[in-house]
Design a protein around this ligand. Structure first.
Ligand code: NAD
Ligand code: DAU
Length: 350
């Protein structure tokens, strides 16, 4: 029986993770702490908001006093830490927001957990959800393993790398029972349309340009979000304390080929003439410090804990497109208001 604090549960991955834990483990008490930035959306959790084992608290992970109160009131036995500023482009324009939430916020959570669990660390878990971007950028060959040296290159990835180090320091120094996983690019329902896949789906629907940074030759390793949260479930319950697990899809795509696949599938689904959406592809100025390639070696997770991705990419992307086509209201809500001013600043300067 766990009492779990999930942070960032109203975001993309956090909402899938919260749904999985609330529905699969009705005997666990789940508290979702989220400050509801532009990326946090309680609409993502509508189907589970009335479940008796779920509650939501609006609050900031940098607020140590609030964290102390929540630990005291709820007797948390575990933390699933998802909350973060997560978009690389935003980290280039506003790095300090990333340092504040990702570094200071993570340190505050660790401190609250340490204070609450001191002298009774057994059976507790502090699970830190991290990214493959901490390893830096690969050339055309090779993979990131759990032993790859950290080499983050954006304010986002360096803030995540920094938080990973602080998490490990609490394990070594205070014996806080931590687990870390570093995952590759996720895609799927509820993905905010500032990231490549949902942004392109939204723009194809609306016949707007599809902005490709540089030559579109950068490579990402895409994993369906439900496979990611399944992996987190496995590591949470069966992974070893103090260990790191890489999670990835063995599914590498150059950005340009990925966007062409999206165009192909969407022309079919929208009954548009073949080739219509590809005409929207527009090459724009490259991202500063753009990492060339990410690719995860996830054999430790497969060999030790038996996890593997369940979906082939063509199927996952088809399900994802269908979700966006069937959830126009969600898309309209998240792309009204502030989204427009972000979009204008981000793309009209290029
Ligand atoms: P997201 O931006 O969709 O969601 C982040 C959530 O955190 C939002 O609900 C937001 O309101 C909340 N949040 C932000 N700052 C907060 C604060 N100070 N206090 C409380 N809540 C706050 O992010 P995501 O894509 O779901 O990523 C979740 C986690 O997974 C992040 O730690 C990210 O680094 C990691 N990750 C993401 C990916 C990916 O492809 N999206 C891949 C690997 C790892
Ligand atoms: O690898 C895991 C990471 O994946 C996560 O830690 C991050 O939180 C998540 O945002 C994601 O980072 P990326 O920078 O790889 O994702 P994004 O969707 O922003 O970009 C994917 C690729 O597409 C990247 O090479 C940049 C490119 N791109 C992106 C956008 C938004 C474009 O060419 N045009 C665009 O408009």
């Amino acid at each position: 029986m766990h009492s779990i604090l999930i942070t960032g549960g109203a975001g993309f991955i956090g909402s899938h993770l919260t749904r999985l834990f609330v529905t699969k483990y009705p005997h666990y008490n789940i508290v979702n702490l989220d400050v509801l930035t532009y990326a946090g959306n309680l609409e993502n959790l509508k189907d589970i908001e009335d479940k008796p084992n779920y509650s939501f608290i609006k609050g900031n992970i940098t607020d140590l006093e609030l964290l102390r109160i929540l630990f005291t009131q709820n007797h948390f036995t575990a933390v699933l830490h998802c909350a973060a500023e997560s978009h690389v482009d935003r980290s280039i324009t506003d790095p300090l927001a990333f340092i504040t939430t990702n570094v200071l916020g993570t340190a505050s959570l660790l401190q609250a957990a340490k204070e609450s669990w001191i002298g009774k660390m057994e059976d507790k878990i502090f699970y830190h959800i991290s990214t493959d971007e901490v390893y830096g950028s690969l050339g055309e060959t090779g993979f990131f393993t759990e032993k790859t040296a950290y080499d983050p290159r954006s304010p986002y990835s360096s803030s995540k790398a920094s938080s990973d180090h602080i998490v490990r320091s609490f394990y070594h120094t205070y014996k806080l029972p931590v687990k870390i996983s570093n995952c590759s690019n996720n895609y799927g329902p509820f993905h905010f349309p500032e990231k490549l896949i949902p942004l392109c789906i939204h723009n194809i629907i609306n016949n707007k340009p599809l902005p490709i940074y540089g030559k579109g030759e950068n490579v990402r390793d895409w994993l369906y979000v439900e496979d990611h949260v399944r992996a987190i479930d496995v590591v949470f319950h069966s992974g070893k304390v103090g260990e790191t697990y890489n999670i990835g899809g063995h599914n590498e795509w150059t950005n340009i080929n990925l966007v062409k696949e999206l165009c192909r599938q969407m022309d079919e689904k929208l009954r548009r003439e073949k080739g219509t959406s590809e005409k929207l592809i527009t090459y724009v100025k490259d991202r500063a410090g753009h990492d060339l390639r990410y690719a995860i070696e996830a054999t430790k997770l497969k060999n030790e804990l038996g996890w593997m991705p369940s979906l082939q990419f063509e199927e996952g992307i088809s399900k994802t497109i269908d979700w966006y086509l069937n959830n126009g209201e969600w898309l309209n809500h998240v792309t009204s208001g502030d989204y427009q001013s972000y979009y204008d600043k981000q793309y009209h300067k290029r």
